[in-house]
Design a protein around this ligand. Structure first.
Ligand code: F6R
Length: 240
């Protein structure tokens, strides 16, 4: 299902209202969170839902990915971003907020440990996704296997350039990440892919309507039985 709404704010409010209704029905809901710019309107919408009385204290969250090798507490580590945007403002229990461990010490087992935590918990109810200009979801760059699980990956130069805006310079953008695999993402019970702006139009059209191919990781969503794509008119502009 593709839903085109007039603005990122409208899309964020729409998705947040859906999540809040699910949480009210089942307070132990499990939300898959993404980072980057795209999900921020959803988090704003969730803050409005919390202010209006939805209690998020019992949900569990699992993040999609983390940079490798940033010092603990670095403001652009995805752990810090999730704490700032989601955990603290929504009043989540920090013990139930999971982010892959990007510390160099033990990095060889970070993927397996995250998969074990996901499995022990029973998976994700709703996974929020953005899409990169390369077509990545999570940090599964082109060529990633559709069966892949959480593991260390190398970011493409394009993705490092796209993410340099969060750092002082591109040299500070890590080269590696730990990301849920496409196979991990496809196990979530509901996928909600968001995209805003002209710059995402091409990748979005290829993911939603193009051939299913490992060269367009976003096209993996076509294999999932329940996907909601929520976009603004600019991101929708290349859909047929
Ligand atoms: C973030 C993630 C990435 C981003 C994508 C789009 O956790 O996994 O796939 O969703 O790079 O980034 P933004 O939203 O900043 O354009």
């Amino acid at each position: 299902e593709v839903i085109v709404l007039e603005s990122p704010a409208a899309a964020g409010a729409f998705v947040a209202a859906h999540i809040a209704a699910e949480v009210r029905a089942r307070p132990e809901f499990t939300l898959g969170v993404a980072t980057g710019s795209t999900p921020l309107p959803v988090y704003e919408g969730l803050r409005a839902q919390a202010a209006a009385g939805t209690d998020f204290a019992r949900i569990t969250a699992f993040a999609l990915d983390e940079y490798v090798g940033l010092p603990a507490g670095h403001p652009e580590s995805y752990r810090a971003v999730v704490d700032r945007e989601v955990t603290v403002p929504l009043g989540l229990d920090p013990a139930r907020v999971n982010v892959p461990d990007g510390a160099l010490d033990g990095i060889e087992t970070a993927g397996d440990r995250y998969e074990a935590a996901l499995a022990a918990h029973g998976g994700v109810d709703l996974q929020l996704l953005g899409i990169g200009t390369t077509g990545h979801i999570g940090f599964n760059e082109p060529g990633s296997s559709f069966g892949s699980l959480t593991r260390v990956k190398t970011l493409t130069e394009r993705t490092r350039e796209d993410n340099a805006r969060f750092f002082d310079s591109i040299d500070q953008v890590p080269i590696h990440c730990v990301t849920q695999g496409l196979g991990t993402i496809l196990r979530a019970r509901h996928l909600v892919l968001l995209a805003f702006g002209e710059g995402k139009a091409e990748a979005l059209a290829a993911a939603v309507e193009g051939p299913v191919s490992a060269s367009m990781p976003g096209s993996a969503i076509q294999l999932h039985p329940r996907v909601t794509v929520v976009v603004d008119p600019a991101a929708a502009s290349r859909l047929r």
